[in-house]
Write a protein of this length. Structure first.
Length: 159
């Protein structure tokens, strides 16, 4: 059950705070306000509690230990990315970000171009994750990538 003041994650919108629970006349829109009909189970299922700091660290650690391998086929990669973004599973999103980030860095080292479609998926997945991770960890959104990278460096040193 939702309560006013509760912080939640909603689908691809990211971290949201419940401002009110009320009846609404259709046709109104207000800036970045998201309206979710509480009687619509499908839409309500997209609401989930925000991670705790411990859960965020565990998620990052697990994703670093189980990286998603690069998918060579553009069509297969696009399909996999679509599925992961649509599903919104945090672990899969973390693994997707890792895969795309590693590929972007490899191509940069080789002075090659990172595909625009891959860049867009990376941006979308980061947007979906970084706000929640920042909230859970009590850090700025701009610091999340470095925080995640620090886990990757620790993991590499351990191997």
């Amino acid at each position: 059950m939702l309560t006013v003041g509760q912080t939640v994650v909603y689908g691809t919108q990211g971290v949201c705070t419940v401002k009110e629970i009320s009846m609404l006349k259709l046709g109104k829109t207000k800036g970045s306000t998201v309206y979710v009909p509480t009687a619509n189970e499908k839409l309500m299922s997209k609401l989930r509690p925000v991670l705790t700091g411990e859960e965020a660290d565990a998620l990052i650690t697990e994703a670093v230990r189980e990286p998603l391998e690069w998918i060579e086929s553009d069509a297969e990669r696009k399909s996999a990315c679509d599925d992961i973004v649509k599903n919104g599973d945090r672990k899969q999103l973390m693994r997707l970000v890792g895969m795309l980030y590693r590929r972007r860095e490899l191509l940069k080292d080789q002075k090659k171009h990172f595909h625009n479609v891959d860049a867009q998926y990376l941006k979308t997945a980061e947007r979906m994750l970084h706000g929640e991770l920042a909230y859970a960890l009590g850090i700025a959104v701009d610091d999340v990538a470095d925080y995640i990278r620090s886990f990757s460096e620790v993991s590499s040193e351990a191997n």
